[in-house]
Design a protein around this ligand. Sequence first.
Ligand code: ADP
Ligand code: ASP
Ligand code: MG
Length: 420
Amino acid sequence: MSLIVHKYGGTSMGSVERIRNVAKRVAKWHAAGHRVVVVPSAMSGETNRLLGLAKDLSPDADGRELDMIAATGEQASSGLLAIALQAQGLKARSYAGWQVPVRTDSAFTKARITSIDDQRIRADLDAGMVVVVTGFQGVDDEGHITTLGRGGSDTSAVAIAAALKADECLIYTDVDGVYTTDPRVEPDARRLSVISFEEMLEMASMGSKVLQIRSVEFAGKYRVPTRVLSSLTDPDMPLAEEMKSGTLITFEEDEKMEAAVVSGIAFSRDEAKITLLGVPDKPGIAYSILGQVAEANIDVDMILQNQSVDGTTDFSFTVHRNEFARTLAVINDKISASVNPRDVLSDDKVAKVSIVGIGMRSHAGVASLMFKTLAEEGINIQMITTSEIKTSVVISDKYMELAVRALHKAFGLEIAAVKV
Ligand code: ADP
Ligand code: ASP
Ligand code: MG
């Protein structure tokens, strides 16, 4: 008898009919002798609706109160799912994060899980129950409700699976696995039957929202066998078939899929770029700029410093688009006076496109094929960063979809992998 954690996203929980299907699917697993913990997201659109109400009242509302509001979405869907499970004749009980408790730090709206108490869940499982635990939320040391950042139910599920030492964590969503790129942008995207943990980590951190990055980090740290699969199939499909469907995140490099050089293309429109022109080229300048940005709790993504000319240099960096206004305010209030840039340029209409693949370690010419492809489409590259297994570029966001489709084709992702 194995212990399995199921996670169902917003679309999968999107209506009473869908919730009933989730309950049927869970009942099938339970009937086959598995112990099941289910982690649901809020019904689709609900988190946006709730946060939208808050925004109407105040554009920069207090994080603690935002979490208080947003967490109700998962509380409602969890209670509804427990009722649907009971209607299937199962014993089921739902818990909010604070009841488990799922402990987090106090970084409201982007809290990190610090520990999960497994006692209550285990006691209920031992009593033959299906346990439903809210995704996306926890409680800090002072008892305040926190949330884990958008898409955070993935992280709740994998963290709970790690805490329970579950046999598998199944992430049920509205696509039937991880694709070579978002199938909404490239209809010819291909499902991968396995993806290496490292590639999944890069895909998620470069913007593929199929899994929240922290969930992938948890899966890696605690070696949680994690699979992404569809919740929209017939809930009565044979269990053996379902167990092999979707995309498995593998920790074994040898098992890596089809030996592709580039396995996937990730993108993010959530980018904004800021350039400080003509800052002094001397020790401590990067710290003077980015130290203040970090002080304001703003995450910096890409950083670029140009060659010095006449003792001055240009310094560019990118932040999440949501933090754009705040970053400009920090520059105005805290940086400009001391660093004295000649000018500050800013652009919140940029996007990041990344190619990801373990094969890039051992193949030359991958990045140059990327640059050639973008050049042929007339797309200007504004910034470039690389790691061992990815190359990312910042481009104007109006070309993002074109770039993704052109690169998908150039790297032969819709068919067998291309040899570079
Ligand atoms: P859920 O509500 O189940 O958490 P999300 O909307 O967060 O679902 O994530 C699933 C979506 O991720 C898909 O509908 C798809 O559009 C998008 N996506 C982005 N990149 C990929 C990819 N490489 N493979 C599959 N889906 C992707
Ligand atoms: N409901 C939350 C969100 O919309 C968490 C999640 O769906 O994973 O971001
Ligand atoms: Mg999600």
